[in-house]
Design a protein around this ligand. Structure first.
Ligand code: AMP
Ligand code: FE
Ligand code: FE
Ligand code: ZN
Length: 294
């Protein structure tokens, strides 16, 4: 990659490349995401709902209408040995059969596992499958998960907000927890590459998500398979992990990205609190199968 120099400090302007809407576990629509990106003076934004492209059309329409450049993406649920991994895929062909099958399987597995978790929780808490489904904004087009269970518990008055639910009954450490069966990181890198996209490991230094992080060796084998970058600028990555991830990125000439992991009212993360610089965005667009959407 000619002349790419990853920023060593968090960019103070640029794009937010990690945002969720009502098409997964965010609480705002794609149009509200675009409007807020404008208000905050961002150069552009990416839509990255979990395991779906269902929000792309609405985001495209709003981005065009409001004059805000858009990257099209998805945060893909994956696993690598015993580590749960999220991978951000950008600018791939959404018609790719491999990737649409992969998403359909993950969403089905998520739905089934969420139903089983609700059955367990319903024994001790005043929630039902119907009360969880009431929290889902776009019906069958929404990727369902634990946040919707958390919202049902909040609606039932058990917790004050999602974060409290995640700290207790909905936590991965609770007795009600069931993991989501997911494709491996290797399968995801292959599927995104085949679909002409750019693939980045999300928040790889976030110790709160896993008892252990991906090792350097695990990341390096994904680099050999075509991994494009690492999300370094994310509130979940502490300073020493940012340094570690930057060192890996620089040694292998990977793209370095940043994003807020905005979920609207579903998390405290603010839109634009972490950013990706313009040069990195340009390279994502150059590598990807889709044009920049304006
Ligand atoms: P799931 O993929 O169904 O296991 O749910 C995990 C999702 O819950 C993640 O993608 C986060 O967006 C969300 N999440 C995790 N922890 C919290 C938290 N403390 N508060 C709000 N949302 C959270
Ligand atoms: Fe989420
Ligand atoms: Fe994530
Ligand atoms: Zn996310």
């Amino acid at each position: 990659m000619t002349g790419y120099v990853a920023p060593t400090e968090p960019p103070t302007r640029g794009w937010d490349l990690h945002c969720h809407t009502v098409f997964s576990d965010g609480t705002k629509t794609p149009a509200q995401m675009i409007a807020e990106a404008r208000e905050r003076g961002l150069d552009g934004v990416a839509i990255t709902d979990h395991d779906t492209t269902a929000g792309w059309a609405d985001a495209q329409e709003a981005a065009h209408a409001q004059g805000m450049p858009l990257l099209r993406g998805t945060e893909i649920t994956a696993c690598d040995e015993d580590v749960s991994v999220h991978m951000l895929a950008y600018q791939y062909d959404p018609r790719s059969v491999h990737i649409t099958r992969l998403f359909a399987a993950t969403r089905e597995a998520r739905l089934h596992r969420t139903e089983r978790m609700v059955a367990r929780l319903a024994e001790d808490y005043p929630i039902t499958w119907d009360s969880v489904m009431e929290q889902v904004r776009e019906g069958g087009r929404t990727t369902v998960g634990r946040p919707h269970i958390a919202d049902a518990l909040v609606a039932a008055g058990v917790y004050a907000n999602r974060s409290e639910a995640f700290a207790d009954a909905v936590s991965a450490d609770s007795k009600y927890y069931i993991p989501t069966p997911s494709p491996t990181t290797h399968e995801v890198v292959r599927a995104v590459s085949e679909a002409g996209g750019v693939v980045v490991i999300a928040h790889a230094g976030d110790m709160s998500r896993n008892p252990r992080l991906l090792s350097d060796a695990q990341i390096e084998s994904l680099i050999d398979e075509g991994l494009d970058g690492l999300e370094v600028w994310h509130r979940g990555n502490p300073p020493e992990q940012r340094e570690r991830l930057l060192a890996i990125a620089n040694a292998h000439r990977l793209l370095v990205t940043g994003g807020s992991d905005w979920h609207g009212a579903g998390k405290p993360n603010l839109l634009g609190e972490n950013l990706t610089d313009e040069d990195t965005v340009r390279r994502i667009v150059e590598r990807g199968a889709l044009p920049l959407w304006r």
